[in-house]
Ligand binder design. Sequence first.
Ligand code: MN
Length: 253
Amino acid sequence: MTRPLILVSNDDGIRAPGLRTLAEVAAEFGDVVVCAPTEERSGFGHAITLRASLRSEAAPEFGPNWYAVSGTPVDCVYLAALHLCERLPDLVLSGINPGYNLGADVFYSGTVGAAREGMIRGTSALAVSVEGDTPPAVAVPFIRELVPTLLERGAAGERHLLNLNVPRSGAPRGLHVTRLGYRCYDDQVDKREDLMGRSYFWIGGPPSPLDEKADADIGAVSRGYAAVTPLELDITAPDLDDWARWIEQKRSS
Ligand code: MN
């Protein structure tokens, strides 16, 4: 049997310590290609570069089959899956991000964006984040638990997208399967003035206390568990009938 091909990426750039840790775990399970942004691209979500060219450089100083791409995390996965890898990878791993990606963070996160791009390109994917500045190694036991499952289910023709978040505690208490919670941030628009007297802004405030709902990712990590949230590409609301009725009523009134 051929060894699985695993593509590793991130949003923190090719030099990020979490990327090396993730590539090392990946190598336990398959042949590894690493393709990551040249610079940090945190918060780039699912951005793709369509109006500018991309450069891809081999980065042998980091390892064989390491590439740095002058674009976003999604650019990296797109280019690697379709061009740099000799075939479509069996799995995309993204991270290990220093900082949680919980609740609505998944829409902003480049870490999750890269994983989701793997799913769109036709392969299972796992995004990995740890609390704050926790050493990335804290996530390794959980990655070792999830990767064989994704590969097995992938071999059976199933594709899955998982979002893993691991808290700081020395040994997290276990792994909970969760849904996305509701993560609140303090809204913040900070208006400042440059030397020419023109205004400029910093947006984005700190997270407010975590939502404690039992089945939510946010509640699980706050109780010391690692949280794995299976995600779907289809974010359509579950009940279309309600909207169909509402529109029908509006039309007939
Ligand atoms: Mn990041």
